[in-house]
Design a binder for this molecule. Sequence first.
Ligand code: SF4
Length: 259
Amino acid sequence: MQELKEEIIPNQTLSKDFLDRLNRQFEVAGPSQVLFWGYHTFGTDMVLGTGFGPSGMFLIYRLWELGIKIPIFYLDTHLLFDETYELKDRVENRFDLEITRVTTGLSLEEQAEKYGEKLWETNPNRCCHLRKVLPLRNYLSDKKAWITGLRRSQSEDRSNTQFVEWDPDNKVVKINPLANWTGKEVWNYIRGKGLPYNPLHDEGYPSIGCIPCTQAVDSDVDDERAGRWKGLEKTECGIHLSTQKNGNAAKKNMNGNGQ
Ligand code: SF4
């Protein structure tokens, strides 16, 4: 992990040793302690990013329950399912929130003109870069930390997720309060509390992203990320490259994206 620069967080030095110690403590602390630490350290310069998956639903609820008011955002690629947009509205109403829409200025028509029709088929890495990676980088450019719903159990690429990491791509601290939770634990919580969730999960979609790159899978498939970029080697959109287990996985994912 790249060492944090002192100037990133005035009056704080988050060295690698400090982060290692912090992460060891958070292994047994629980998500609320991680969120409190983040809020105490960064205040409202810390934001939560969500794609409205189960982890995001947990985190939105837990922040609300703890009374931690920070900006919440989602990446709108213009290609999300109607069910996802409807879920956003439901969450806003239920928790009295306004969730910031972060998006690209590049319309789908302009993208097709410049890069060809259905870029998600011809070069999905470039499509993700234009529609997700760059808008995120732009949004985070004046922030100090972002919270994600990443969990180690989601995939091999995410199996090295730490509670607190330095994100060198976006130059912010990345906070993953659910790093050591399983999908089952998150779903038990959601159902136990009656939290809103995307109805597509009940129709065979374990993970939900953009329409062209998301498919339903058989019910016996035991993979939390199944159905994303089906048939391709691609497993991540590129916004979590720094968390991926090793540089090889990152290189494989971004190969030929035209960066
Ligand atoms: S998930 Fe698919 S459609 Fe969405 S930005 Fe990436 S390649 Fe494009």
